[in-house]
Design a protein around this ligand. Structure first.
Ligand SMILES: NC(=O)c1ccc[n+]([C@@H]2O[C@H](COP(=O)([O-])OP(=O)(O)OC[C@H]3O[C@@H](n4cnc5c(N)ncnc54)[C@H](O)[C@@H]3O)[C@@H](O)[C@H]2O)c1
Ligand SMILES: O=C[C@H](O)CS(=O)(=O)O
Length: 489
């Protein structure tokens, strides 16, 4: 591990404005954003009021009238302007730096997030000119039945802190291309990158009110966004707890919601697996973003016949990981957790597992060398299905290893979870691939590879991992509603 060079107080603290009705607006109150690696203050962002939030909704509501009749190829031209700006080296670096400062993510990874956010945006923008209704045969002579696909109206997009730009682009671009206007609410832990992106939306020339970015407290701004009668859809990515609350509010308001929630992805290593491939992929799949990704491998099931060899290989890989301050050393593999409270939370889960019989093979305590928000890669042996660590989303770099003896046994254990987002399977046996891919209860299965969804796939969870989803054709269509027209002649 590398010791970060702490430079407390040396970074300039910038104050930001929210983006409402095509203008950057002043706020009388602010919230502070701190760099997770050192705790130092890096930015101040507006703590908007309920009234400010309602103004943003109103501006999106007014802008919808024109935007929905703007041809989709024209809407895509504005998006294209945005993507050109995002891809400029200085903007990749500036937004990337903001992401690192607010999330602790290594700078190289943060810059990549902006780059891939633009790339995903390009894919999503290609749905322009591809919005298709249908002509349906009628029971009456002299009648045609047509279905139109139409935008919904104002779409509120609520973004988690862990991928503040990628998830934003994933939701905002298809919403806009479909003809909706948007109010974006980034997480209060990571609002700066979204406010910087607002500057690029502005420069890209979007009509006033089509895109709004609001920041503030969840119980003020968040609640206002999900209480308004002028909002037509909420697309949310975040925890199951908050997602359930938002889903309940949308149901009460009778508006559409798309909920991308937490996960507890199993990785299954069969006796016939390529162990080197499995160990490398599971290391990456667990430790990406310091273990703070919804589809990170959260538990590994390994066949008893290969358990000893596989565990040795995985342990070696966990121990090689370079952890550090991602601003000082951009090429490190793992930064801190999002906060010291999260490091404490993760540690208490590890302590709970040890009390239930787990054995720590590496890691297992908050880093004394790097600081209170750093938790090292931690491998836990001798785990079993009855333990809390096998069921609760850790959202940190901790991996429990559980042994199994038969295919049926491992399928039962993998499905024994409230979550159903993703699974990874490692096997070279065709029957195992077919049984596992058909019998695992989750939205995505990765065969012989680390997770990482494609733009053209469909990213959506089953069970408590969510309702609805993003990406691909199915994700795009969630931003449209169907109107049936009966044409009698
Ligand atoms: N399924 C996915 O695609 C996906 C992707 C990323 C993260 N996640 C999940 O998200 C969680 C981590 O992200 P997080 O800590 O940002 O989640 P979170 O649920 O704490 O917050 C998510 C967003 O909801 C906002 N929010 C909180 N309370 C609100 C309220 N009452 N009204 C309106 N908005 C409110 C937050 O400010 C933030 O913008 C993990 O559980 C992870 O698995 C899921
Ligand atoms: O945290 C889960 C996200 O879906 C990961 S990503 O934004 O798709 O990379």
């Amino acid at each position: 591990m590398r010791r970060p060079k702490k430079k407390r107080g040396e970074r300039k603290v910038q104050t930001y404005k929210a983006y409402i009705k095509g203008e950057f607006v002043e706020s009388s109150d602010f919230l502070e954003v701190n760099y997770p690696a050192t705790g130092e203050l890096v930015a101040k962002v507006p703590a908007l009021t309920k009234e400010d939030t309602e103004e943003a909704i109103e501006s999106a509501h007014i802008a919808f009238k024109e935007w929905k009749v703007t041809p989709s190829y024209k809407r895509a031209e504005y998006v294209s302007n945005l993507l050109t700006l995002m891809r400029k080296e200085e903007n990749l670096a500036e937004i990337g730096r903001a992401i690192t400062q607010e999330t602790g993510k290594p700078f190289d990874a943060a810059k990549s997030e902006v780059f891939y956010g633009a790339d995903l945006g390009e894919y999503q923008a290609q749905w322009a000119r591809r919005i298709e209704g249908s002509v349906v045969d009628s029971d009456s002579t002299n009648e045609k039945i047509l279905t139109y696909k139409e935008p919904l109206g104002v779409v509120v997009t609520i973004i988690p802190w862990n991928f503040p730009i990628y998830v934003l682009m994933r939701k905002v671009v298809p919403a806009l291309i479909a003809g909706n206007t948007v109010v974006i609410k980034p997480s209060i832990k990571s609002p700066v990158s979204a406010l910087k992106l607002a500057e690029l939306f502005h420069e890209a020339g979007f009509p006033k009110g089509v895109v709004n970015v609001v920041t503030g407290l969840d119980d003020v701004v968040g609640e206002a966004l999900t209480s308004s009668a002028k909002v037509n859809m909420v697309t949310f990515t975040g925890s199951t707890k908050v997602g359930r609350h938002i889903g309940e509010k949308c149901a009460a308001n009778m508006i559409r919601s798309s909920l991308e929630l937490g996960g507890k992805a199993p990785a299954i290593v069969m006796e016939d697996a390529d162990l080197e491939l499995a160990a490398s992929a599971i290391k990456g799949g667990r430790l990406a973003n310091s273990g703070q990704v919804c589809n990170n491998t959260e538990r590994v099931y390994v066949h008893s016949s290969v358990k000893k060899k596989f565990t040795e290989m995985l342990l070696e890989k966990f121990q090689e990981v370079k952890v550090g301050d991602g601003l000082e050393t951009p090429d490190i593999e793992m930064g801190p957790l999002i906060s010291k409270n999260d490091a404490k939370r993760v540690h208490s889960l590890v302590e709970g597992a040890v009390a239930e019989g787990a054995k720590i093979l590496c890691g297992g305590k908050i880093s004394e060398e790097l600081g209170d928000s750093f938790y090292p890669p931690t491998l836990l042996d001798l785990c079993h299905q009855g333990m809390n660590i096998v069921h609760e989303e850790v959202f940190g770099p901790v991996l429990p290893i559980v042994t199994f003896d038969s295919l049926d046994e491992v399928i039962d254990m993998a499905n024994d979870s409230q979550y159903g987002l993703t699974s990874n399977i490692y096997t070279n046996n065709y029957k195992h691939v077919m049984e596992l891919t058909s019998r695992l209860d989750c939205g995505e299965v990765y065969v012989n590879r680390q997770q990482g969804e494609a733009y053209q796939g469909y990213h959506g969870g089953w069970k408590q991992s969510g309702i609805g989803g993003d990406d691909g054709k199915h994700g795009f269509e969630e931003f449209l509603q169907i109107k049936t027209v009966y044409m009698k002649y």
